[in-house]
Design a protein around this ligand. Sequence first.
Ligand code: 8Y4
Length: 280
Amino acid sequence: MLWPTSKRTIDLSAPVVMGILNVTPDSFSDGGQFADLDAALARAEEMIGEGAGIIDIGGESTRPGSARVEEQTEIDRVVPVMEAISSRFDIPISIDTSKSKVAEAALAAGAEIVNDISGLRFDERIAEVAAATNAGLVLMHSRGEFETMHSQPPVENIVAEVSNDFRRSIAIAEARGVTKDKVVLDIGIGFGKTVEQNLELLARLDILAGAFADHALLVGASRKSFIGKLLDGAPPDERLRGSLAAAVVAVMNGARIVRAHDVKATAEALKVTNAIISQS
Ligand code: 8Y4
């Protein structure tokens, strides 16, 4: 399986790790812009050495309780980082945003994939911006508006809902000029889902992989709260082993890309997983 972007074709025949690079301000840092940029570059280089195949960069936190960030603020945060990384390293960069203006600026600064956690529900023009440069487009499933997406009432059949919403997102993307081969789908672990629904989506991912065989699937379970809840309230820095279990199951059930904080551990676990799958 291959994923064409504006700059290259990404080989998805073996699992790919998408490393997470947050450029939201750190309340403990007072080093200013140069220190932030230097830290981002160092982390990007480290993740590349650890086996990342894509780096996902976001300037707006989507954690429960986070406020929306102004468009220009988000652009000012991500663009210098994208320019610095893309000029120094040959690695695909995705822009984690649900705003078309931010996506446009990021693509001009060296990004080649748009990762939209709203699946085109917040700003459909994201699709036009992606189409204009032949960028890759990740359409993630989520429920509710930005402020309420982590507190949605549970739905009766989560696999059916995700499947219906995927169809809707794909139709918008295609209507606005994105070709099918550019679109990767993501079940959106933790976005408006109960612990049980997150588990069900991972357990039944093979159904979605079969139903959407034209599209690669991406899964991001890394350090998410359902893992903390299953591990007796473990904090995010104690969720690595649980995150690896989720990543392995996701790939066993058809995921091609895994979004993760801990790139080295995830890449190793998925290398072994893929060797096993390839032998069957
Ligand atoms: C600790 C740290 C615990 C971060 C939770 C989190 C996804 C995504 C996010 C995903 C895609 C997050 C931007 C939430 N999750 N994009 N983005 N798929 N495609 N929370 O699952 O990492 S942000």
